[in-house]
Design a protein around this ligand. Structure first.
Ligand code: ZN
Length: 278
C-alpha cells in the first residue's frame, strides 16, 4: 500500500487566497463601479427598480410555504400531526427531552418528560395558575415514544380488535405526545381528571382562558371531532409557542387543521387504518 504523505501546505497557499478574495469582496461591496462597466450598473439599477414591487409578496409566499413545510417535521413547534398527517420521521423523538420540574405549583411525581421549551412553558403556566388560585397542576401524561405508543396501540388491538383500538388510541407516529410538545394535565383536588367535566372545573376554565399566554392551545376542543379526529379533551395541552398560540386565541381558531388550512382528519387514511403494524 502506498504510504500517504502528510498534507503540508505552504502557509502562503493557505492564507493568501482568502485574503485576496476578501480584499476583492470588500472592494466590490464598497466600490462596485470599479469592477463593472457602467452600462451593466444602469441595467442593474433598472431591474432592481422593476423588482421593487414584487419582493414583499414573494417573501411572504416563501415564508408561508416554509411554514407549511415546517409543520410536517416532528422537531418544529408548529408541527401538525393527526390521523392523516403522520410525523416525519415516523419514529421521531425529540433531542431535547427533559423532566418537567416538580414544585409547589406542579406535581410531576410520574417523572414525565417534555421537550425543553414545552417543559419550561408548562412550569411557567403552572406557577401562574397556582398564583391565580386555579389549582395545582398534575401531569398525567407527556412525552410518549414511538415504541411506547406502538405497544399501547397493540395492547388495545389485542383487547378490542383493530377497529376498537383505532377508536381508543393513536397509532404510533400519529400522536402529538410523540413530539414532546403535548401534555395531559389535571388538578386532582378538583376532580374530573382526564374527563370532559375537567373543562368545567376552575383549573379547566383557567387553562382554556390563559394557556395561550404560555404558548399552549387546547388542541381538541368541543365539537371539532370531524376535523381533529378526537373528541373534546380539555386536559390535552399542546405547545405551539406564544406567537402562534396568541394569534390562534385572538382569532378564535378551534383547530390547527383550520388554522393552517389542512384537510379534516376525522379518520385514518385507508392504508394506515388497515395496517396491523404501525
Ligand atoms: Zn393527550
Amino acid at each position: 500500500m502506498p504510504q500517504s504523505r502528510p498534507l503540508v501546505r505552504n502557509p502562503l497557499f493557505v492564507f493568501v487566497p482568502p485574503i485576496v478574495l476578501l480584499g476583492l469582496g470588500l472592494a466590490f461591496v464598497l466600490q462596485p463601479g470599479a469592477f463593472a462597466p457602467s452600462h451593466e450598473l444602469v441595467e442593474q439599477a433598472i431591474s432592481e427598480r422593476q423588482m421593487a414591487a414584487v419582493p414583499k409578496t414573494q417573501l411572504a409566499m416563501a415564508s408561508y410555504h416554509q411554514t407549511r413545510l415546517a409543520t410536517k417535521f416532528g422537531g418544529s413547534d408548529l408541527v401538525v400531526v393527526n390521523k392523516q398527517r403522520p410525523l416525519q420521521p415516523l419514529e421521531y423523538q425529540p433531542l431535547n427531552l427533559r423532566d418537567i420540574e416538580s414544585s409547589k405549583n406542579l406535581d410531576n411525581s410520574r417523572g414525565l418528560q417534555l421537550a425543553d421549551q414545552a417543559a419550561t412553558a408548562l412550569e411557567d403556566l403552572a406557577k401562574a395558575m397556582r398564583a391565580e388560585g386555579a389549582g395545582k397542576l398534575f401531569v398525567n401524561s407527556a412525552f410518549r415514544s414511538y415504541k411506547y405508543q406502538a405497544e399501547l396501540f397493540n395492547s388495545k388491538a389485542s383487547q378490542y380488535g383493530l377497529e376498537g383500538a383505532l377508536a381508543r388510541a393513536a397509532k404510533a407516529g400519529h400522536s402529538e405526545h410523540q413530539t414532546g410538545l403535548a401534555a395531559d394535565v389535571s388538578v386532582p383536588e378538583q376532580g374530573c381528571a382526564i374527563m370532559q367535566c375537567f373543562g368545567d372545573t376552575d383549573g379547566g376554565k383557567w387553562l382554556a382562558a390563559n394557556a395561550w399566554k404560555y404558548g399552549f392551545i387546547i388542541r381538541y376542543e368541543k365539537d371539532t371531532t370531524s376535523i381533529t379526529g378526537y373528541t373534546y379533551e380539555p386536559w390535552h395541552l399542546r405547545y405551539v409557542g406564544v406567537q402562534l398560540a396568541s394569534t390562534y386565541s385572538k382569532t378564535g381558531m378551534k383547530t390547527l387543521e383550520d388554522f393552517w388550512g389542512f384537510a379534516p382528519a376525522e379518520f385514518y387514511l385507508e392504508e394506515t387504518a388497515s395496517s396491523t403494524s404501525n
